[in-house]
Structure formats: C-alpha cells, structure tokens
Ligand binder design. Sequence first.
Ligand code: AQP
Length: 335
Amino acid sequence: MDDGSKKRVFSGVQPTGKVTLGNYLGAIKNWTPLQEQYECLFCVVDLHSLTVTQVPAELRKNTMDLVALYIACGLDPNKSALFIQSHVHEHAELAWILDTIAYVGELNRMTQFKDKSRKHADNINMGLMNYPVLMASDILLYNADLIPVGKDQVQHVELTRDLAQRFNARYSDTFVVPEALLNKAGQSIKSLQDPTAKMSKSDPNDNAIISLTDDADTIRRKLRRAVTDSDTCVRHGADKPAISNLLNVYSLCSGLSIADAEKIFEGKGYGVFKDAVADAVISVVSPIQEEQKRLLADKAYLEGVLKQGAEQAESIARKTLSKVYRKVGLIPRIR
Ligand code: AQP
C-alpha cells in the first residue's frame, strides 16, 4: 500500500458462482496493470452475493476460490490489499448511512435491479434493491478515485457519484467523487448462446458461459456450440453480434487486433475460427487454473493474505466511517 500520493482504485467481484471469461476479460485482467500505478484495493464482495439465494457451503467455497483466482490472475498481495468484504464491517455500516440519503425511486430505476428482479421473481428482497448502495459504500469508504468495472456496472458508479455529491452537499466535503474506469475492449463479453445478453456467472445455461474452471475440452465444446450469425464471414460489425463477440474474445486472448484477426480468418469459415478462439482462450485460462489450484492447496498462505488485506482496508475504512458518523451527528463512543 502507498503513502497517499497515488490515486486509489477499488473494485470487486461477487463470489456468486464460477467466475466467467467475461468477469476476467472485463474486470480482473485489467486490474493487474493498475497495481503498478495506483494504490489498489480488490475485494471479494461476499455481502453482495447474499442478494440472491446462496447455499452457505458453496458460498464459502466460491469465496476462497475467488481469492485464489485473484492472485492466480496476477493480483499481488504485496502491491494491493486483497480482502473479503464481510471482514471489514464498516462496509455494511456506511451502507446504512448512505441508505438514508438514497431515494427509493432512483434505486427502483437501476437496470441490474430490474434484470435481477425478473430473474429472481421469487426473491425480490430489499438487499437486491440496496445492492448499489452497498456498492457505493464499498467505494466511498476508501475514497477511491477510480473504479474499474465492466459496462454493466457503470450505472452503479454513477449512483455512487450522486450519493457522494449529495452527502458532500448536505454535510460538507467528505467523499471523493469517483470515476468509472472502463476498459473498452472487454467492457461487455456476451453470452455464447445469446449475443444480446452479457455473459453472466449466474446464467442457468452452462453452454452460454465460459467459466475459468472449465477444462480445455469443455471450452472447445462450448465455443463450437456458440451461436453464429447468418452468413459465414468472420467479420466484426453491428449486424454480426455473435461473431463480433467471438472476435472480441479472440483478440483479447491472443493479443492480436480485431482487424488482423479478420484477415487471418478471411474465407476460412466458422469452424476453423471457433477452434482458434478455443485455442486462444485455453492458452489464457490453463495457466490461471494451475496456479489457482496450487494456491488453494496452501490455506495458510491465503489466510495470511486475507488477514493482511483486511487490516490494510480496515485502517482506511475506520477513519472514513468515524468521520461520516461525526458529520451526520452521531456521538462517538467513549473508550
Ligand atoms: N460479461 C461481462 N463482460 C465484461 N465484464 C463483465 N463483468 C461481469 N460480467 C461481464 C464485470 O465483472 C465485474 C464483477 O462482476 P460481479 O460479479 O460483481 O457482478 P456482475 O456484474 O453481476 O457479474 P455477473 O457475472 O453477471 O454475476 P452475477 O451472474 O452473479 O450477477 C464487474 O466489474 C462487472 O462489470
């Protein structure tokens, strides 16, 4: 962690299931280089995941898998604070204060709330509606300047900005007003079965997603089955959403530009192209899987990382929360 001169970055992923290639290309992959330039905090947002029904034992496993995955993807505990959201109780406490300045109307309008309410019609709980307020708390607690997110989360960062400005206007300058940091290429990786929908870990159709735990054969099979567009031409364009998505994945995994990829696959047809996409994805995913497996076998190391990360995060969070409590008029406890 840093002496305070660098800009601060905060981001997180929910341990809601098997992390997808979308989470990796749209989020985690882009965090690694940020560690060189910024003071970074990366969190496994377990409290967020409770907004949809979880099996407790699976949640525990997914959480530790994700911690190991962060490190396997290149997040370095010596450069960034890596921690679990629920280990720093200030997240939930600041969320309560922010709840008192967030309007029901604005939360009701959030696209993710509407989507998830449709998908989980039997469990439209208050947490689902409050999700963006907890996310605002995650960010504002650390006075983070930059929030690397995929396109789907930009609306929540906008709400965070609104809440920060509203609080600052009402109680005097307190929070940094953060900005979303969007990685253009990976901003939205689409479902393999419906290129108009984003690839999501909680998608019930396993063929729609590539999970970072899928083995090579599974990745190849899923890509071969991926839906395509009407003609047989490998070209990027608004009229070819399925092939554009695969080209995007290919480009991000191979390091080649989309224009170069279009030239390579000119006249080759979808079969050859899909196998090449599979090769590129496997070459990225396999080493991550091996490293994740190695890390998961070293429980003591992971626990040490989490202890250190929570301490680093807590030392910032505690200061922000006590400032906020003071500003809103709560009396500090005498110790
Ligand atoms: N398909 C995607 N393409 C690019 N980026 C994506 N992200 C998610 N899906 C894609 C980015 O991953 C980060 C972590 O997301 P999250 O787990 O906190 O929540 P999410 O956006 O709701 O992700 P999922 O996979 O869709 O999870 P579920 O199914 O549980 O809701 C974010 O930065 C997000 O932008």
